[in-house]
Design a protein around this ligand. Structure first.
Ligand code: SF4
Length: 204
């Protein structure tokens, strides 16, 4: 049953995937949500930013990263010359709000994981940026501190993945903003490196 559900999701196109998420009752989070929060942005983006789950504002509006944390994320994107919706896609590990903004439970993230995996497959981003420890933990399938994951090119199913702080955390920990800026510079340099490699390959 579980494998059949996953297999079905992994065959879906965008329209089917959006419809499946909108109607999903696969974990307990469906019972308390106002809206599902599918994700937003350029479906052919090179960049994908992934957080842990919707908060109250996102649940109310059905869009990821709105409110104060969303504005900070937009500023983070602007710092590396990116703009929401243009060559960037933004999503979360779980598509429904965990009550009280708690972290998603492992079984909730596990039930929702095929949705995100299929989104990533359809987008095929060149680089994924995991926002916060919970997103990193779920994407990398291992527990580690943010400090030990930052500044490294990691791997999600063959796609390079970097880790930085979640904007909501940065709002509470202003001293960490400088580190997030370092991470974004590292992300931009990493992407520039991919572009340079492509130019060299195309010239050969
Ligand atoms: Fe379905 Fe994901 Fe929402 Fe759970 S969080 S009900 S798995 S869409």
């Amino acid at each position: 049953m579980r494998d059949a559900r996953r297999a079905a999701i992994m065959q879906m196109d965008w329209a089917a995937l959006k419809a499946a998420v909108a109607q999903c009752t696969a974990c307990v989070l469906h019972a308390t949500r106002t809206n599902t929060v599918f994700g937003v942005g350029d479906e052919n983006a090179d960049w994908m930013f992934i957080g842990e789950g919707p908060g109250a504002d996102e649940d109310a509006l059905g869009d990821p990263f709105v409110g104060q944390a969303g504005r900070l994320l937009d500023n983070m994107l602007a710092a590396i010359s990116l703009e929401r919706g243009k060559n960037v896609y933004i999503a979360n590990v779980v598509k429904c709000r965990p009550p009280g903004n708690r972290n998603p439970q492992p079984d909730e993230a596990d039930r929702c994981e095929p949705h995100l995996e299929r989104q990533i497959e359809l987008i095929r981003p060149k680089l994924i940026v995991a926002l916060g420890r919970v997103a990193a933990l779920n994407l990398l399938d291992r527990d580690a501190s943010i400090a030990s994951l930052r500044g490294r090119v990691l791997d999600y199913k063959g796609i390079p993945l970097l880790v930085t702080y979640h904007p909501a955390y940065l709002l509470r920990s202003l001293t960490e903003k400088a580190k997030a800026w370092e991470d974004l510079c590292f992300a931009r340099k990493t992407m520039e490196g991919f572009h340079a490699q492509n130019v060299i390959r195309n010239d050969q």
